[in-house]
Design a protein around this ligand. Structure first.
Ligand SMILES: *[C@@H]1O[C@H](CO)[C@@H](O)[C@H](O)[C@H]1NC(C)=O
Ligand SMILES: *[C@@H]1O[C@H](CO)[C@@H](O)[C@H](O)[C@H]1NC(C)=O
Ligand SMILES: *[C@@H]1O[C@H](CO)[C@@H](O)[C@H](O)[C@H]1NC(C)=O
Ligand SMILES: *[C@@H]1O[C@H](CO)[C@@H](O)[C@H](O)[C@H]1NC(C)=O
Ligand SMILES: *[C@@H]1O[C@H](CO)[C@@H](O)[C@H](O)[C@H]1NC(C)=O
Ligand SMILES: *[C@@H]1O[C@H](CO)[C@@H](O)[C@H](O)[C@H]1NC(C)=O
Ligand SMILES: [Ca+2]
Length: 533
């Protein structure tokens, strides 16, 4: 009796814990053991890692070379105290150095540490600096990016992002005290956006105006406010946001990145003009960059760990890859798919599965079929109804009329490319392993849609009748598209080589040839009649 009560209590406790856990974070579990009539089985769910402070994992690069202050040591002053230039930056003295890593350190005892640039000594040449942050991992923003500037925020800057490890970049947000002047853009705020255009790249003046260097130090990229358009002001309706993530094109990608870059284009001025006689008060200083995000694991992992210096999703659902973007070897009965947030609250895991044939042998079809049959007399298992234009025991070949896509893996839907042989120029519709068709005489090109020199195209390739080199039209005739000579009235023949006036005939009497033709017809008819009678 007591045991029973204790068990019940434990169960209640577990249930409570479960509820508490699911309220705390959605999609935080990839699987759980549930008991059924047939014993315990694993149930699988769409899952994603918790948000983390990604500044701990970022690699920072600062450009141009020599932009960090302190080498050689230099003095600087602040916008509020422009004539007290007693502060010093010295790269060789740890207490006075301001290296880039101070943008991502954990500050202790209230001591603010910051990266700082050289001062604007080269005015009016612009003071430019790039800060590139790399993770070597696809991440998804979960809250605002926040950059903390000491001694004033830049009056012009751009935040860029890359989704392909820095190969290509796109602007994420423009910042200026005068958007029209700096970027020829209308100033906007995120609150001007609506659900239909929240992925619009805007220029904002909210973080660039001078408010004193201590009043507001932060420049933000607003994620929370954008989420709120779907999830409500306190993000209480995240289900709605997740539903939109599934259905709205480009929404998830908008928050996805592998790299970020800040382009600092003009420092804080503390006023309208640059004071040329005191350039020691113009520079950039950043004490912190906060990037709250989660690893993008395509809803196939609830953990993301640092392995060999790189973030790596701990893939479940028999997926693999840095972002769980592939099926594990041997689990390719279906094509890979990302997990789905829908239906709420647990989503769809879209697990990778392997196929066991009736004979209990593995049925490997590289994802082009999920059916095999056992051929008794050959003692083999072979895939049935290979899709994506494949064929073969394992759907490992391309159907006739298709060739292998060299840049695609065997389990790719695009693995076979149509030969596309020109019907008129080629012998048949098959091609070799690199897509070359077999051409009829005179045809050329990979698809046989061209002609060799000396041939012309007219529903196939035919040898030239005339040309400008060997087969010249004669007697003033002109060559028409290599197909025929257009002769002047007095000449005929393929190359106009024959005169219409042959020796001994009267060329001027137009009626005489017609007459003789009529006579000939008459003769033939009478001859026929004679033989018939
Ligand atoms: C910053 O990056 C942009 C884009 O690659 C480049 O055009 C610019 O020259 C860089 N600026 C500096 C100061 O390195
Ligand atoms: C980036 O991550 C991939 C996968 O973890 C790894 O193979 C590669 O070496 C990493 N590159 C760098 C520069 O760390
Ligand atoms: C977004 O749409 C809203 C209303 O549909 C419009 O008022 C606003 O100007 C748009 N914002 C941008 C940046 O285009
Ligand atoms: C992954 O494969 C293993 C067999 O190796 C199986 O036990 C497990 O249930 C599979 N997981 C999923 C999510 O299908
Ligand atoms: C070849 O495969 C790659 C990778 O899947 C794909 O991007 C490309 O479009 C394919 N080429 C053709 C011609 O289908
Ligand atoms: C296909 O034919 C082309 C042209 O004859 C040739 O260059 C190519 O090497 C052939 N490819 C294969 C795989 O045989
Ligand atoms: Ca710091």
């Amino acid at each position: 009796m007591l045991l029973r009560a204790a068990l019940l209590l434990l169960l209640l406790l577990l249930l409570l814990l479960h509820c508490w856990a699911s309220a705390l974070g959605q999609y935080n579990m990839c699987k759980s053991l549930v008991s059924t009539d047939e014993g315990s089985v694993w149930e699988h769910y769409a899952c994603q890692p918790s948000p983390a402070s990604m500044k701990d994992y970022m690699r920072i690069k600062v450009d141009p070379h020599g932009i960090t202050c302190g080498n050689p040591p230099e003095r600087f002053c602040t916008l509020e105290n422009p004539y007290l230039c007693s502060d010093e930056c010295d790269a060789s003295n740890p207490d006075l150095a301001h290296p880039p890593q101070l943008m991502q350190d954990r500050e202790r005892n209230g001591l603010i540490t910051y990266w700082q640039t050289v001062t604007w000594g080269r005015h009016p040449e612009p003071l430019l600096a790039n800060i590139t942050m790399s993770w070597n991992k696809s991440l998804e923003l979960t809250d605002d990016i926040q950059i903390t500037f000491e001694y004033g925020r830049p009056t012009i800057m751009v935040l860029d992002k890359s989704m392909d490890h820095g190969r290509s970049w796109q602007p994420y947000q423009f910042y200026a005290d005068d958007c029209q002047d700096a970027f020829n853009m209308q100033p906007k705020r995120v609150r001007d956006l609506s659900p239909t255009n929240l992925t619009r790249v805007i220029c904002t003046e909210q973080y660039s105006r001078w408010v004193g260097s201590k009043n507001d130090k932060n420049v933000k990229f607003e994620v929370r406010e954008r989420f709120a358009l779907f999830a409500g002001p306190r993000l209480q309706n995240m289900d709605n946001l997740y539903t939109r993530m599934e259905s709205m094109k480009g929404l998830r990608d908008f928050f996805t990145f592998t790299n970020l870059r800040m382009r600092l284009l003009r420092p804080a001025l503390g006023g309208t003009y640059v004071q040329r006689d005191n350039l020691l008060k113009y520079f950039y200083a950043i004490s912190n960059i906060e990037v709250p995000a989660r690893c993008k694991c395509n809803l196939h992992a609830s953990q993301c760990l640092l392995t060999e210096g790189n973030l790596q999703c701990q893939c479940e659902h028999n997926t693999t890859g840095q972002d769980c973007q592939r099926c594990k070897k041997g689990f390719k009965a279906k094509s890979w798919k990302a997990g789905s947030y829908l239906p709420a609250p647990t989503g769809t895991p879209n697990t990778c599965t392997y196929f066991v044939a009736h004979s209990n042998k593995n049925c490997e079809c590289y994802g082009h079929s999920n059916r095999c049959s056992y051929i008794d007399y050959l003692n083999i298992v072979t895939c049935v109804s290979c899709k994506h234009n494949t064929r073969g025991q394992n759907c490992q070949h391309c159907r006739l009329g298709y060739f292998r896509n060299a840049s695609a893996e065997l389990d790719d839907e695009n693995v076979c490319i149509e030969c596309n042989c020109n019907q008129l120029g080629s012998i048949h519709d098959r091609c070799n392993g690199t897509g070359f068709c077999q051409c009829k005489d005179g045809a050329a090109g990979a698809k046989c849609d061209d002609c060799l020199p000396g041939y012309y195209w007219k529903q196939g390739c035919y040898p030239n009748v005339c040309d400008e080199e060997m087969l010249l039209c004669q007697n003033g005739g002109t060559c028409y598209m290599n197909q025929k000579c257009v002769c002047s009235p007095e000449f005929k023949g393929v190359l106009c080589q024959q005169s219409r006036c042959e020796a001994g005939k009267d060329c001027n009497g137009a009626s005489s040839p017609r007459l003789s033709a009529a006579a000939l017809l008459l003769c033939t008819l009478s001859y026929l009649l004679a033989t018939l009678c």
